[in-house]
Design a protein around this ligand. Structure first.
Ligand code: PMP
Length: 419
């Protein structure tokens, strides 16, 4: 096959909704590197928007998968119990939940992030008997009608072609630029003092908004939100689809806040190898879906269970967490230096951990920088309602050399764009 995008366009077989930000055909990938059909190498600072936290084609996961396939391991099982599923559940409990003193029942709601969000919303409504769900400005939770209804992005909501109801959007932390009033505002709203809003079933939030512009909630705000929920019998759903699985420096992004959500949504990197897998973690008292009440043909992919179980070996000690936390500091100081060196960026630092970036007030600049990075051999996406943030999203397993090379390409690209 030639490296020619016309193959996709001329056949008109791929719908327009695919963004064509990277004008090449990709072919192979390993760790933090990805190659196109011409053999050009790129550093991957996109990592499948968080689906490839462990990089591409991790050797151990690959071998486990090859062995499983060679031994004719079950590929599809619907809701049947399988060895691969059992081993994953056991290890997830031992390595992730138990050491963190977290008690959750695990549900496999379907293959994607959107599926876990849908199941969480449905469950919260079922157990409370209420319909409203509070979501937050610039939050992103998925593309189906229920998940879109809690997504704070006007462009994406328009795609529904119908009113999205039973949700109320509240200001995310710092949205009002007056941090102390954000929580009071929410309390006043819920007090029904003229707002007319019935007590909601749940709040749903990302601790760092991945698509919405890398807005990181303060730990105090998260604690405040948890308290509001507890005081009023509202369920707290944390959507850790993008910020989870180590992206912020701890397995769950909410760990530093010390909160315990009632429901946690996980997907993207939980499968480890880029294969679809989603988990809904449910506080045991809310384990109320009757058998068959929430099902789906592809809930629980056995190949993904095999790689997911292997991936959990990254979490049997704190080496990866420490490494992500250390490297995150490097990313922060790199971005701070960049802001100092280039006041023309008119930018500000966003995010935390391995989900940081720069938001620029100059229209189109973040896109231009991402485009220049692509030319220079680095893949990076933009985020935010106006794509105003360029987003550094390397695999969390990247080595120092790869990270430094990636950062130097970004610096070079920013210099060239602003020249
Ligand atoms: N929640 C969050 C926080 C996400 O970032 C995404 C995907 N970007 C989703 C939900 C939806 O996941 P998926 O695309 O796998 O359906």
């Amino acid at each position: 096959m030639q490296n020619d995008l016309k193959v996709f366009d001329q056949h008109e077989s791929e719908v327009r909704s695919y963004v064509r930000g990277f004008p090449t055909v990709f072919h192979k990938a390993k760790g933090h590197k990805i190659w196109d059909l011409d053999g050009k190498e790129y550093i991957d600072f996109f990592a499948g928007a968080g689906a490839l936290n462990y990089g591409h084609n991790d050797e151990k996961m690959k071998q486990k998968l090859i062995d499983y396939i060679t031994e004719d391991g079950i590929t599809h099982s619907l809701d049947k119990a399988t060895k691969a599923k059992g081993e994953f559940l056991e290890k997830f409990h031992e390595v992730i939940l138990k050491p963190r003193n977290l008690d959750y029942k695990v549900m496999f709601p379907g293959p994607t992030g959107t599926n876990t969000v849908e199941s969480a919303l449905k469950l919260a409504r079922k157990v409370t008997g209420r319909t409203n769900v509070v979501s937050f400005t610039n939050g992103f939770h998925g593309m189906t009608i229920g998940a879109l209804a809690v997504t704070g992005n006007a462009f994406k909501r328009k795609g529904a072609g119908m009113p999205l109801t039973n949700t109320v959007t509240m200001p995310f932390d710092n949205f009002l630029d007056n941090t102390s009033s954000d929580l009071e505002y929410i309390e006043r709203f819920l007090d029904n003092n003229g707002s007319g809003v019935d007590t909601p079933a749940a709040f749903i939030l990302e601790t760092v908004q991945g698509e919405g512009g890398l807005n990181a909630a303060r730990m105090e705000w998260l604690k405040g939100i948890e308290k509001i929920c507890r005081d009023r019998g509202i369920l707290l759903i944390v959507d850790d689809v993008q910020a989870g699985v180590g992206r912020t420096g701890t397995f769950f992004s909410f760990e530093p806040a010390g909160i315990k959500p009632d429901i946690v949504c996980l997907s993207k990197s939980i499968g480890g190898y880029g294969s679809p897998l989603a988990l809904t973690l449910i506080a045991p008292k809310y384990d109320t879906f009757a058998p068959g009440e929430h099902n789906g043909t592809f809930r629980g992919n056995n190949h993904a269970f095999v790689t997911a179980t292997e991936a959990l070996n990254y979490w049997t000690d704190d080496a990866l967490e420490k490494s992500v936390q250390e490297k995150s500091k490097k990313i922060t100081s790199f971005l701070e230096d960049l802001l100092k060196k280039f006041p023309e960026l008119k930018g500000s630092l966003r995010g935390r951990g391995f989900m940081q970036g720069i938001s620029s007030e100059i229209e189109g600049l973040a896109d231009e920088i991402a485009g220049k990075c692509f030319e220079n051999g680095l893949i990076m996406e933009t985020a935010g309602p106006d794509d105003e943030v360029f987003k550094l999203f390397p695999p969390i397993t990247i080595d120092d050399e790869g990270l430094e090379k990636g950062l130097s390409i970004i610096e070079k690209s920013v210099t060239q764009v602003l020249e």
